[in-house]
Design a protein around this ligand. Structure first.
Ligand code: NAD
Ligand code: MN
Length: 352
């Protein structure tokens, strides 16, 4: 088999974790007889500062022919965050109907959770985040800027297609895992979109009689991610709530730097995109100490999506074995003093 992968390292530590792991991904696949051709795109904030756009106008047209996309992260201290997010990541996820953002939170053996009493394997949940609309729909406006009667409107949009896609994916996952699905919303306060969402969960739930559905409001749900994370299995949530819950999921599993993410186009009509949950991390960029594990696990999820299960498993288990080994190098976010390259290099010597 052979795959064409578009690689967008992006900004800050996005660049650093991609640089450290790309050759490992290619070489590991080759060991399994799979040929990976990567094409790098220098899209991101540096390009924006020089040319006024994060990516070319026909960027999506360029990406369309690839089998998958890997993204590091975007975000730059000199560019407003809404500019970077809304001009690169969101056009790709929305343009390619990547409705499904699947984000596992797993507490690996050898990694310390900041929560008392949890050890390896105790946290093992997966959040299905709606990824193309909801609170991140580009719908709103501003009037009378700077005046006392100034108004800013930010609307959330829930379509049947976008909602059904994420809810169905979550039910499918629950069927394959423990049969438990937690639906996290704010339908007490948001009586249009979120009540519609709950109705879709009920409708689709009728097709999955073996799945038990638990309902939580997002404030209590966030608390429970901290209080009883071991009781969650599959979680489904809107774009904003899923975004927030998965940062919590990252840190309770030891570090945001470990958390992987996928942006899946369910029809397969367009490529899907894989990236760590974290951003470009202004506080540590340039230091070479970013944890590459989130990127590596995202690559594993990419192989899983491409139905290259053996490679996906080898990479996931290799990372797990490395984290479990007290002698292995680890980055400062998980209590070590190694560099990004040390960790990737050690994993190479284990896997290749
Ligand atoms: P962030 O995820 O970049 O960082 C949050 C915290 O986690 C920081 O303290 C950081 O040092 C730490 N951290 C994150 N990844 C790490 C890693 N791999 N290893 C070790 N520590 C790690 O979030 P932020 O600070 O809110 O955002 C910084 C920039 O990134 C902003 O411009 C934001 O818009 C952008 N961002 C982009 C994406 C994306 O590209 N998908 C996602 C989130 C944030
Ligand atoms: Mn986020």
């Amino acid at each position: 088999m052979s795959y064409d992968i578009a690689v967008i390292p992006g900004d800050g530590i996005g660049n650093e974790v991609v640089d450290a792991t790309e050759s490992l991904m290619v070489d590991l696949a080759a060991d399994y007889g799979v040929d990976i051709q990567t094409t790098e795109f220098d899209w991101g904030s540096e390009r924006y500062l020089e040319e006024g756009a994060l990516m070319p106008e026909d960027g999506l047209g360029t990406l369309e022919d690839f089998d998958s996309i890997l993204l590091g992260a975007v975000g730059h201290p000199e560019v407003p965050d809404h500019v970077t997010l809304r001009n690169l990541r969101l056009p790709i996820t929305k343009g390619f109907n990547q409705h499904i953002c699947k984000r596992p939170s797993y507490l690996f053996e050898g990694v310390e959770s900041p929560l008392r009493g949890y050890s390896g394997g105790d946290i093992d949940l997966v959040v299905y985040r709606q990824n193309t609309e909801g609170e991140y729909a580009d719908v709103g406006g501003r009037e009378h800027q700077g005046f006392q009667n100034e108004v800013a409107v930010q609307s959330a949009v829930y379509t049947r297609e976008g909602t059904e896609a994420i809810v169905r994916a979550a039910f499918e996952a629950a069927t394959e895992r423990s049969g438990k699905l937690t639906n996290i919303t704010k339908s007490n306060a948001q009586a249009y979109g979120m009540v519609f969402w709950d109705e879709v969960v009920e409708e689709i739930g009728e097709e999955y009689p073996d799945v038990t559905v638990e309902r939580l409001l997002v404030d209590a749900g966030s608390m429970d991610f901290v209080r009883r994370p071991d009781e969650f299995d599959v979680v489904v949530a809107s774009n904003l709530f899923g975004d927030i819950l998965t940062d919590i999921g990252g840190i309770i599993s030891g570090s945001l730097g470990i958390a992987p993410s996928t942006n899946i186009n369910p029809s397969g009509e367009y490529p899907s995109m894989f990236e760590p949950v974290h951003g470009s991390a202004f506080d540590i960029m340039g230091e070479g100490i970013a944890n590459p594990v989130g990127m590596l696990l995202s690559m594993s999820l990419m192989f899983e999506h491409l139905e290259e299960e053996d490679i996906a498993e080898a990479l996931w288990n290799g990372v797990g074995d490395q984290l479990a080994d007290p002698e292995a190098p680890r980055t400062p976010d998980i209590g070590g003093n190694a560099t990004t390259l040390d960790v990737a290099g050690d994993l190479e010597s284990r896997l290749l």
